[in-house]
Design a protein around this ligand. Structure first.
Ligand code: FUB
Length: 308
């Protein structure tokens, strides 16, 4: 399946592309984007919003995978992972991220646990970035009782994963707080205690950690409806220094959920809004992308979404 994106990303990098191709996945409602650059291709992983209009709740049973050589033309791959692939999980294919290590691909995904009340994070593994993926543990990697946030059941969501230059992998996640823990080299076990990131004002959810020119960036959803804010650090263990807001409200969606990548010489801010069609909204979301620009000191320019 070839999906046509609009002209926005076909143009040379500009702070505010004039013509919008967003949302750029037009055949399905897609949410919570994560992206992974592998060689000549970028892989896009999303949740699949399946709530029929006018239902105002999340209906999400599977994740989707698309790839592109240019951020313009997208190929959809067969469904690579479903909630039912985690035998211990009940429902809710919420946010996720895939990372490569030692020739394998590890997919960290939030789901509703079948027996431990609340959300949990599982990890699936594949030999190919498009899958198929299978449960790497047979049990959850993180469960709600580990972070002891009794106040809400959806604390252990929104995993983001990164490997530092020394080869140490870190998992970040969370809703009532931004948690992080080291991962063992096998990528399927936590290595040490769960800690909490400090210095993220008005943190809501959706952490995304990436590296660019020696700086680590922790972007996250702030307030509700959500904007994206970010902090910078020289170390994944912090301290993180808050730098400000990256974008404003995404448009017709309470959530925003970003991923940030460099690909073929340009940087991209990928997120979702509720703008695909008349039924679009907070529970029928759609993935968009706009250019991201770095300043000489490493700080980020505010993203001007093409939908603004
Ligand atoms: O898609 C379900 C939830 O909505 C995600 O976990 C959050 O980041 C928000 O986008």
């Amino acid at each position: 399946l070839l999906l046509a994106a609009g002209p926005a990303l076909a143009q040379a990098a500009a702070p505010s592309p004039a013509a919008s191709g967003n949302p750029f996945i037009k055949t399905k409602y897609t949410a919570d984007p994560a992206a992974l650059v592998q060689g000549n291709l970028v892989y896009l992983y999303t949740g699949h919003d399946e709530a029929p209009a006018p239902q105002e709740r999340y209906v999400m049973h599977e994740w989707l995978c698309f790839s592109s050589p240019d951020m313009v033309t997208w190929t959809e791959h067969p469904v690579p992972l479903k909630v039912s692939d985690f035998a211990w999980a009940k429902d809710d294919a919420w946010a996720s991220q895939v990372i490569a290590r030692n020739g394998k691909f590890y997919w960290y995904a939030a789901v509703e646990h079948g027996t431990v009340p609340g959300k949990a994070i599982g990890v699936a593994v594949a030999d190919n970035p498009a899958g198929p993926f299978k449960d790497a543990r047979g049990s959850a990697l993180v469960t709600n009782d580990m972070t002891k946030a009794a106040s809400i059941s959806w604390d252990d969501i929104d995993p983001t994963v990164i490997i530092d230059k020394g080869g140490q992998a870190y998992l970040f996640w969370g809703n009532t707080a931004c948690y992080y823990a080291k991962l063992k080299p096998n990528m399927t076990e936590l290595d040490g205690p769960i800690q909490t990131v400090s210095g993220l004002p008005r943190y809501t959810e959706a952490p995304w950690v990436h590296e660019h020119n020696g700086w680590y960036y922790l972007s996250y959803a702030t307030e509700f409806p959500e904007k994206i804010a970010y902090a910078m650090s020289r170390s994944l263990a912090g301290p993180w220094q808050y730098k400000g807001i990256l974008n404003e409200l995404a448009g017709n969606s309470n959530t925003n959920h970003q991923a940030i990548i460099d690909f073929k010489g340009k940087s991209y801010f990928i997120y979702h809004n509720g703008g695909l069609d008349v039924h679009g909204g907070s529970f029928r979301r759609s993935v968009c992308a706009d250019y991201l620009q770095y300043n000489a000191d490493g700080t980020l320019q505010r993203v001007r979404m093409t939908t603004e």
